[in-house]
Design a protein around this ligand. Sequence first.
Ligand SMILES: Cc1cc2nc3c(=O)[nH]c(=O)nc-3n(C[C@H](O)[C@H](O)[C@H](O)COP(=O)(O)OP(=O)(O)OC[C@H]3O[C@@H](n4cnc5c(N)ncnc54)[C@H](O)[C@@H]3O)c2cc1C
Length: 321
Amino acid sequence: MILATGSYSNPLPVEGLDEVTVWTNREATTTREVPARAVIIGGGPNGVETSQWLSRLGCEVTLVQHADVLVNREDRRVGEIIKGVLEEEGIGVRVGRRVERARKEGDGAVVTLDDGEEIPTDVVVTVAGRTPRTEGIGLESVGIEPDEKGISVDERCHVIGAPEGVWAVGDVTGKLLFTHVAQYQGRVAVANILGGDRRANYDGVPRVVFSDPEIAAVGLTEEEARSRGMDVTAVTVDLPETIAKPWTYEQEPRGTLSLVADRARGVLVGAWAVAPQAGEWIHHAATAIRIGIPVTELRDGVAQFPTFTGAYIDAFELLDI
Ligand SMILES: Cc1cc2nc3c(=O)[nH]c(=O)nc-3n(C[C@H](O)[C@H](O)[C@H](O)COP(=O)(O)OP(=O)(O)OC[C@H]3O[C@@H](n4cnc5c(N)ncnc54)[C@H](O)[C@@H]3O)c2cc1C
C-alpha cells in the first residue's frame, strides 16, 4: 500500500472571507475569466507566480505578504529582487502586512490590512501554505499517527510505526512539497517494494519559482549555513557583467547568481539565482551539492560560450577556497 494523498491549501482564518469571492490555486488556474482586480494573500512561491501571470493577463493585482520579505524561506536578496520586478510591472506589493478582514461591497469586496489600508477587489486569492492530507483515510486502523508535518517515513519511504508493506510518498510525507520530490520518492519506494534497498537522499534538491525572471535555489542559504556553524565563503555575481554576450538572450540583460560554500570541506552547500532560465541552469549547482564535488574541481570546468552556466566559472574563482 502506497499512501500518496498529497496536501491541501491552508484555510485562512480571516474574518469575512466567507462573504467574498475566494479562490485557491485551483480556481485561479482553471478560471476562464480574468478578474479586473485581485488581492493575493501569501507572498511565497505560488503568490509570486500567481500575481505576475494574473497581472500580465490584465488584472490589477495587490500581493499581501505577512513576512517582511517575499519568498521568505530564501535569501533576503531574492525576495527584494523579485519585489522590485513585480512593482515595476505595476503590481502592488505589501510586505510585513496581514489581511485582517474582508467585506462585501457592491459587486466586489474590500480587504482591510492590519495598518488600516483598504483595498477594493473582485477576488481574494489565498495561497498561504499547504497541509498534508492525512485525515479521513483510516490511518488509525493501521496504527499510523500522523503529526502536523504529515506521515513520517524512513529513508526507504516506509511509514514509520506501520506494519510491513505500508509506504508513503509525496506531499503527505511532509518532506519537500514538490512534484519532483514526490516522483523521486515514488522511484525509491517502488525499488524497495521490488526487493531492493534504496535510500532517499534529499540533498541538492532544486526549488524553482516560475516567475519571470525565474527564481531558482538549492541547498542552504548563507544564513542557514552560518547557523549550522559552517566556515562559510559566499559570492554573488551580476550576470550582465559576468557572462559573455549577455544580450544573446535578452535585450536588457539582468540576473544574479549567488553561491555559498563550506570552506572546511571545500564544497558548495547552497546556491540561488534570479535570472532567465535559472530553473534550468541551477542544476549545475544542484549536482555539485548532491555529489559534493570539490570547488577546486568545479573551477576546472569549461562552460559553453555564451551561456548562463558560464557565470559559475567566475563565481567558483571568487570563492575563498
Ligand atoms: C499552485 C501550485 C503550484 C505548484 N507548482 C509546482 C511546481 O511548479 N513544481 C513543483 O515541483 N511542485 C509544484 N507544486 C507542488 C506540487 O503540486 C506537489 O508537490 C505535488 O503535486 C505533490 O504530489 P503528490 O502526489 O504528493 O500529491 P497530489 O499531486 O496532490 O496528488 C494527490 C492525489 O491524491 C488524491 N487523493 C486524496 N485523498 C484521496 C483518497 N482518500 N483516496 C484516493 N485519492 C485521494 C487527490 O485527489 C490527488 O489527486 C505546486 C503546488 C501548487 C499548489
